[in-house]
Design a binder for this molecule. Structure first.
Ligand code: EPS
Length: 390
């Protein structure tokens, strides 16, 4: 069973990701992990923090001579900004530390500030926002890069693109090759495969900049080369669509998820929504008329590309703050503002890739198991033969 966890505060010493349950022998390239971290930091509309940080992974356990050894993998990413917070967020309390805190007493609507303060009984939301911040997604992306390395050994790749920023939406289907080309770019504007649409998206971000506002959007994650048969229809919690939905909605600021063409499907008749089944005798394989199901039927992958979308609300930290209440005085007050991103859709797409890769790697290892990559390969080859002989 592949498990992963993250720890770390936004302005603490570092972020940490651990992964346990990986087979031995997966090749791990630090450059590839760092490239994923770089991709997460890009995009027009990111805030001042991204100018401070150059996220770099330090793998401190579970990888030796560039391969996993079957032991838990642990990855550190140091926060450069920590040097500005050593006195505000010390691990050990000391005399005078109370005066050096940076309390947040005017909770931001839409952030975890108020709900978290009530739940943990803090009259200062600082500790809540430190962990709720999307900075945590750095650790998810590092873990996801390791999951991607496993999947790549079996020809499975996971990429993303921006479908919408605010009300500007890409209005055409996307080819896998376009996503592959997008992922190799060294300059990222808003993560759209279509340059004209991307410029219209930029205008929306510019409008948000001008007015001290923020803007959300939609990202799409596509997994390519996925075999039929991951996940199961048999129990509610083994259905892969449900597991992917949980993974996507768990990303900060994501409020909705769509599998395949779910929204269009809900507004159409059944005859227009299902992907018809055909058989190619020459290649001895089943084919489909379309991929509206997003590669999932009955909670099982069906061998088509897996397609899931995340619907991202606008970031809740606004330069022109919204109405709130001061936790100490209970008087009306404007919400706290330190700094923030204006648009994070392309970055959220990279985080979405990581989450999809982790869920797919879990489902893959559930089905094929193996303590070494060679064992997993044998199990996978046997299954592929079974599907071929069907
Ligand atoms: C983020 C780092 C954070 C925020 C952002 C994401 O850094 P800071 O709080 O120091 O500016 O820029 O967090 C949020 C969007 C949020 O709502 O907290 C990052 O590394 O992605």
């Amino acid at each position: 069973m592949l498990r992963f966890e993250t720890a770390g505060e936004s302005h603490g010493e570092c972020l940490v990701a651990t992964l346990a349950g990986l087979p031995a022998g997966i090749p791990i390239s630090l450059d590839r992990v760092n490239r994923e971290l770089w991709r997460r930091q890009q995009g027009y509309g990111r805030g001042g923090r991204m100018k401070i940080e150059t996220d770099r992974a330090e793998i401190v356990a579970g990888v030796r001579h560039s391969h996993t050894i079957g032991a838990p993998v642990a990855i550190l990413i140091r926060n450069k900004d920590w040097q500005n917070w050593t006195e505000a967020l010390p691990v050990e309390d000391a005399e005078g530390a109370e005066d050096k805190r940076k309390p947040v007493t005017r909770p931001r609507p839409g952030h975890a500030d108020l709900a978290g303060a009530l739940k943990y009984n803090f009259h200062d939301a600082r500790y809540i926002l430190e962990r709720a911040s999307a900075r945590e997604t750095t650790a998810r992306v590092a873990a996801g890069a390791v999951a991607k390395a496993l999947l790549a050994e079996f020809g499975i790749q996971v990429l993303s693109h921006t479908v919408a920023v605010g009300a500007v939406t890409l209005d055409r289907p996307v080819e896998w090759e376009e996503l592959a080309a997008l992922s190799l770019k060294d300059e990222v504007l808003l993560g759209s495969v279509d340059p004209a649409t991307e410029l219209r998206m930029k205008e929306v971000v510019d409008a948000a900049y001008r007015t001290g506002d923020t803007v959300g959007g939609v990202f799409e994650v596509v997994a390519h080369g996925v075999p039929a048969g991951l996940g199961s229809h048999a129990t509610w919690d083994s259905r892969l669509d449900g597991r992917l939905a949980q993974a996507i909605v768990s990303i900060q600021a994501v409020k909705g998820v769509e599998v395949g063409c779910a929204a269009d499907g809900a507004a159409s008749f059944g005859s227009k929504v299902q992907d018809t089944i055909h058989y190619d005798r020459e290649r001895s394989r089943f084919t489909r008329g379309a991929n509206r199901a997003g590669g999932l039927e009955g909670g099982i992958t069906n061998g088509q590309d897996l397609v899931v979308r995340g619907l991202l609300k606008p970031i809740s930290t606004l330069r022109r703050p919204l109405e709130s209440v001061d936790l100490a005085t209970r008087e009306p007050a404007l919400a706290a503002y330190e700094r923030s991103d204006v648009c994070v859709v392309p970055a959220a797409g990279v985080v979405g890739e990581a989450m999809v890769a982790l869920v797919l790697a879990q489902a893959f290892l559930e089905k094929f198991g193996g303590d070494s990559l060679g064992e997993t390969r044998r199990n996978y080859a046997g299954y592929l033969q079974q599907v071929k002989d069907f």
